[in-house]
Design a binder for this molecule. Sequence first.
Ligand SMILES: NC(=O)c1ccc[n+]([C@@H]2O[C@H](COP(=O)([O-])OP(=O)(O)OC[C@H]3O[C@@H](n4cnc5c(N)ncnc54)[C@H](OP(=O)(O)O)[C@@H]3O)[C@@H](O)[C@H]2O)c1
Length: 295
Amino acid sequence: MTAKIISGTEIAKEIRAELKQEIAELKEKHNLVPGLVTVLVGEDPASQVYVGQKEKTSHNLGIYSERYDLPAETSQEDLMALINKLNKDPKIHGILVQLPLPKHLNENEVLFAIDPKKDVDGFHPVSLGRLMIGEPDYLPCTPHGIQQLLIRSGVQTEGAEVVVVGRSNIVGKPIANMLLQKKEGANATVTICHTRTKDMAFHTRRADILIVAAGKAKAITADMVKEGVVVIDVGVNQIGTTADGKRILSGDVDFEAVKEKASAITPVPGGVGPMTITMLMINTVRAAKLAAGLI
Ligand SMILES: NC(=O)c1ccc[n+]([C@@H]2O[C@H](COP(=O)([O-])OP(=O)(O)OC[C@H]3O[C@@H](n4cnc5c(N)ncnc54)[C@H](OP(=O)(O)O)[C@@H]3O)[C@@H](O)[C@H]2O)c1
């Protein structure tokens, strides 16, 4: 069997076209323009790229965007003051603080200070608590993107054995929780593996749907999956550099070997990555509609 490739690039394009239409209608019918602010502290090159992509996507869709690029030595006090100011700004519906923050800053204190109504990254305890009880306002972007990839590719999650590798707060735990909910696009039996799991292959071989967010290149090999599995590879690992200096990326799955056994698989790049930013835009539009009392 050679797997169908689940293209996040294509699915994200489809969702963005729908969203662009919705944003145009919000402006026309309600004079409402969703607003997103990104806050970047320091000069981490990868973070600069991500923030740039978020700004560009906002612009392309018709979302108002503001960007704060703060020096690496910014104090906790100054950052907290900025968050408080943005919490009160009516043009801004969503606040995104790009992670990781420089080591001297207390990340949780900053994330917890964001008004939950503007928590478009979905990392605030209120957002995660709501997700857990099945009443989410904002789903965290990468897990939301994964769920949309499954739904829009017609993958049946109800009753499926889902195995998630990784238990981070931003990917593993929330996606496991989302797929556990008694809802459409969920209703699965979920197992979570991590570095203390005794026999990981025992679990991964049982999976109808395998979601891997470990951050270890090619950690999942063909002998660890069953025929017909659907594989969502979240990992982004740099495994080298091309002669002209471009990064060579690999997922957490040995794509070439596993695609011969899987029924469907996401590539890296072009799988989960493009979905993450798209879900941030969806959350920003939702935040604007909530603020305007439209939902
Ligand atoms: N495409 C996107 O939009 C996107 C978004 C977010 C993340 N990512 C990528 O996804 C990957 C995971 O990100 P993250 O933030 O969730 O990572 P993280 O915080 O480093 O967490 C990794 C998790 O995987 C587990 N793990 C690591 N190696 C393992 C192994 N060999 N066997 C079993 N479990 C293992 C760890 O277990 P312990 O808890 O026991 O340490 C941990 O729970 C990274 O490559 C990241 O770049 C991509």
